[in-house]
Design a protein around this ligand. Structure first.
Ligand SMILES: Cc1cc2nc3c(=O)[nH]c(=O)nc-3n(C[C@H](O)[C@H](O)[C@H](O)COP(=O)(O)OP(=O)(O)OC[C@H]3O[C@@H](n4cnc5c(N)ncnc54)[C@H](O)[C@@H]3O)c2cc1C
Length: 508
């Protein structure tokens, strides 16, 4: 039986007094050899007759059953607004002006009645309950996404800033409990690492890790944290591995040096992540570690992998990582991580996305004169997405289907059709956890609800949180829907069609 050490909430020091049982005997087993492992793909072998799926995704009648007529009208109007280039290009300025003229309160009210209302679940756990219940009624599982993120790499560490990071940790744990209480066990929540550390330190760690050719030299961090090691020992072990690497190979060494304060901040991040992972185990909820900008992503991927190495060992994928297929380096990174999971024998769990920060990444590359990290065009990104999915599925044969979980997180109909075809090729049954599909709340419902209706495991990211914290998220949705005009157009047309159908039916 594996135990993890409880961490005192008031301090970053480990407290030796309390051991909590990580895997109660009746639910999980430490030794995979002594237990019959349930084959994910054979579970529920008595296959129900699923309704046929229209793979052209025109079943709009299925999609909007969970929306009131007024919500359909709002959806239609929001998509109309997002098609106005002038508005989307100047959303920052317009938001500032709106705040100044209307005042913060009225501005927020208008947001809540429009884009926030459409794309976001609510401001608090209480507000999202009815949304969750409606999604679940149609077999769509929510991934609660308490939205806090930070991109302020100039912010400096302070005790106030530390308090905010601890507050965010508590919010993620609350989110895990909410997910468990409302949706039951075996559900997912999303976590953003930038909400748990000063972005400037994460950026430094990113630079250092990027310059390390071989991350294998680093110690297994979460194993150290959950052993009887003091914080000094853990920091020293991490620091020494990096130093000895640079001494061996001066040429790859970066100019960035992690100061003792940075190392302490990184240590606090590990403690925060460990606390969140402990809550996952306690409530049997998994976390999805979101991918962010490239100047953070190597570090985020490293931390997600380290968490998986420790927490995904015992037949439950508690931790999922994320791979952004718009990055040139993603296929290599994914292959490396699949091999790493095989070597250390843990479940590889991840979602595949195209990537949400393309405009910013390209602008920064141009401004600072380094190579654009983004694939040259959309088709190359799509090709990489499909190749990444192929690579992961090959592992289900090489290892075992139980050791792999992959989520196709996309609104792209070709990519979803590709995923469905691959399920057939690999004889993966519908409803299996090996492959699932996910989209964002308020987007491509005509795809998500049709998939769920036909028995595919389907999720919706459901963001919630204070309105001001969600403004960057809403801006990204506006930009995205402008750049994928045809899809946004389909969303808009189907909202209107569903609304018209309702009006006609109510007259008859
Ligand atoms: C459930 C879920 C979770 C997500 N989590 C994350 C996350 O953790 N991190 C993250 O970064 N994003 C995340 N996203 C957002 C995602 O990365 C995409 O921005 C979004 O889903 C649009 O891509 P698509 O595959 O859905 O649709 P598509 O229609 O295929 O996407 C169009 C998008 O492709 C982009 N694109 C990519 N590469 C190129 C290129 N080389 N040239 C031109 N255009 C290109 C465009 O920006 C455009 O927005 C998530 C999305 C979903 C659905």
């Amino acid at each position: 039986m594996l135990t993890i050490r409880h961490i005192c909430p008031s301090t970053t020091r480990l407290c030796l007094c309390q051991n909590i049982k990580l895997f109660p005997k009746t639910v999980y087993y430490a030794s995979t050899s002594s237990v019959p492992i349930i084959d994910e793909n054979k579970k529920q072998e008595s296959r129900p007759e699923y309704p046929l799926l229209d793979t052209k995704f025109n079943q709009y009648q299925i999609a909007y059953r969970y929306r009131h007529s007024l919500e359909l009208l709002r959806g239609y109007l929001v998509y109309r607004l997002f098609s106005i280039n002038l508005l989307v290009n100047n959303q920052d300025k317009i938001a500032r002006l709106g705040r100044r003229i209307l005042g913060e309160k009225l501005f927020q009210k208008i947001l809540k009645l429009t884009a926030f209302g459409h794309f976001v679940g609510g401001e608090s756990p209480q507000e999202i309950i009815p949304v969750i219940e409606k999604l679940q009624k149609y077999n769509v599982r929510p991934i609660l996404d308490y939205s806090v993120e930070s991109d302020d790499t100039n912010s400096s560490a302070s005790s106030d800033a530390d308090r905010l990071l601890d507050h965010n940790t508590a919010k993620f744990i609350e989110c895990i409990k909410t997910s468990h209480d409302i949706c039951g066990a075996n559900n997912l929540i999303a976590v953003k690492v930038t909400a748990l550390i000063h972005p400037s330190v994460l950026k430094k760690l990113n630079t250092v890790l990027k310059s390390l050719g071989d991350r294998l030299i680093l110690p297994p961090l979460f194993e150290l944290i959950n052993q009887d090691k003091s914080n000094e020992e853990i920091i020293t072990s991490f620091q020494q591995s990096i130093h000895s690497y640079f001494q061996k190979d001066q040429e790859t060494s970066s100019n960035v040096v992690l100061t003792p304060n940075d190392l302490m901040d990184i240590y606090k991040l590990l403690i925060r992540l460990n606390k969140i992972a402990q809550a996952c185990v306690e409530y049997k909820i998994s976390i999805m570690v979101d991918a962010e900008q490239t100047y953070f992503q190597t570090a985020i991927n490293y931390l997600a992998t380290e968490l998986q190495r420790y927490y995904n060992k015992y037949n439950v994928p508690f931790i999922y990582g994320t791979y952004q297929c718009y990055l040139k380096e993603t296929l290599d990174c994914l292959k490396h991580d699949l091999a790493f999971a095989e070597k250390y024998n843990y479940i590889f769990a991840a979602k595949l996305v195209r990537g949400a920060y393309m405009e910013q990444e390209r602008r920064l590359a141009q401004e600072h004169g380094y190579d654009d990290p983004i694939n040259p065009d959309f088709d190359t990104t799509s090709q990489m997405y499909h190749t990444c999915l192929d690579e992961v599925l090959k592992s289900t044969v090489k290892r075992s289907p139980n050791q792999i979980r992959i989520m196709v997180a996309s609104h792209n109909e070709d990519t979803i059709r590709y995923g469905i075809q691959k399920m057939k090729d690999y004889d993966i049954r519908r409803g299996s956890s090996i492959i699932s599909f996910a989209s964002l709340h308020g987007m491509s419902d005509y795809v998500a609800f049709a998939l769920a209706n036909s028995g595919y495991k389907t999720y919706k990211y459901l963001p919630y949180g204070p309105i001001e914290a969600l403004v960057p998220y809403l801006f990204r949705r506006a930009q995205e829907n402008r750049s994928i005009f045809l899809k946004a157009d389909k969303d808009r047309r189907f909202h209107l069609k569903a609304l018209k159908d309702r009006m006609i039916n109510s007259k008859n």
